[in-house]
Write a protein that binds this ligand. Sequence first.
Ligand SMILES: Cc1cc2nc3c(=O)[nH]c(=O)nc-3n(C[C@H](O)[C@H](O)[C@H](O)COP(=O)(O)OP(=O)(O)OC[C@H]3O[C@@H](n4cnc5c(N)ncnc54)[C@H](O)[C@@H]3O)c2cc1C
Length: 492
Amino acid sequence: METESADVAVIGGGVAGMSTAARLQADGYSTVVLEQHHNVGGCAGYYERAGFRFDVGATTLVDFVPGGVGGQLLSAVGFEPPAIAIQDAYDVCLPDRTVTLYRDHTDWDAERRAKLGDDKQHLAFYDFIDDLSTRLWRLTRKDIKMPIQGVGDIVRNARAVGLRDLPLARYLRWTMADAMRAHDVYDDRALRAVVSMLVEDTVHASLNEAPLLNAVLGMTIHRTGLGRATGGMYGFWDSFVDQYTDISGRVETGRTVTGVTGSHGEFRVNSAAGPVHAEQVVSTVPVPVTRDLASTVVGDRLDDYCSMLRAHEGSALVLFLGVPDTEVEGHERTHHQILQAYDEPLGNGNNMFVSVSAPGDDVSAPAGHRAVMLSTHCAVEPWQDLDRAAYEEQKGAAREQLLAGGRTVYPELGTDPVVSEVATPVTYEQFTNRPRGAVGGYKQTPANANQGAVPQDVGIEGFYLAGDTTWPGLGTVACVKGSKVAADHVRS
Ligand SMILES: Cc1cc2nc3c(=O)[nH]c(=O)nc-3n(C[C@H](O)[C@H](O)[C@H](O)COP(=O)(O)OP(=O)(O)OC[C@H]3O[C@@H](n4cnc5c(N)ncnc54)[C@H](O)[C@@H]3O)c2cc1C
């Protein structure tokens, strides 16, 4: 068997792995991405069925605009951006009103005043969030790094933050609920519902648990730009992989890493197809998977992180529908977030995100049809160790919950589908290799965010981590941000 080698072996071809590999390859390193699935993308990947291309998890790319975190990645590696349509707005549907989240600030300000309140307290809260959001998104695009692991990080962060934004540090221990209470708006049901939905969707935590700074970033992603490529994630990866291989990057799909041994300069990354010898390794699979794969390399360094992550697990339920245009036409916007009941807990269909492929996007769906993805968060536990009958029953109930939510916006949805399939934590475990099907990112709380987050460097020379179980956490933008930190470690 021929010996394969690379300067850097990247384990996992999701957003984090592909971004890290592209950065390093563009910088002159030889890189190889080892991906167990038959295509790249992971939780931001796609699958094909009956002429439709569905996004398996992420349906929106966040901050892939010029100068944004994703835009910076593309320009750093010299890739042409694929055709990504940035949404001007999306609708948040509450039981008694619809609030449109406009990207344009003036429109958004008018909308929230009209729909969510415009008294002194509300206006002060909006100003507070706007100011934090502007500062935080600016910082996100700078060379910031958490957790702080030494004097070098203090200097790096001080340079990035500057005196102007240093006072933000005082909010490090605040939750979103603290901020709402401080502005006396916590008891406003509709406002609290909208903020809770946006925060739960992006940092997976309740208002009482969500760290304020992370929650503000999460609830304002509509301002930075939510994008969907033509062909969804299929279109995005098709373009990205082409450009990565054009600069001699190698993607090995269908290649499950079974173990990593060795040390800096002489790592051996094993799989059934043979080993890859690499000077350095970046592992972008979830931290508990890395611990098992590379036990002789990482020792017990990841044990505490694994326990902490286990306590923050969550997952997702997704209904994929391939439907005739007529079931979804007549709507100005293609993305909706829906709350079915104010007084029920969020998740399991109560707070769901609906993405519909754009009209005319015939890469996502055959002519005259649209690909529809309805997703919601769920807990991992109720899906463990079910027998077949119980599993099918629970899955059927999930389908009904998602369909009922979707029909509050699209009454005809799913009446005559060409494709109708449900993904559960069990499905995600099977396809992503994530333990217990924990996808969509781990819930962020003060215990595991920022200074409590898993760093890319856990003290092993030449062996680094990235991905949504490491800082800054879940979502495409976070994975791209973390890939920069991991690539910086490789280069140092
Ligand atoms: C339903 C849902 C909706 C979401 N919506 C959004 C959204 O709209 N916008 C957004 O920004 N984010 C969204 N997210 C979150 C986002 O998708 C993830 O945070 C992100 O894609 C994680 O990327 P990653 O590279 O860290 O991990 P992964 O995507 O899990 O990538 C890791 C890769 O490693 C591979 N792998 C695993 N084990 C091995 C092994 N032993 N050997 C080789 N390869 C291996 C896996 O197959 C996978 O491809 C959503 C997630 C879900 C589940």
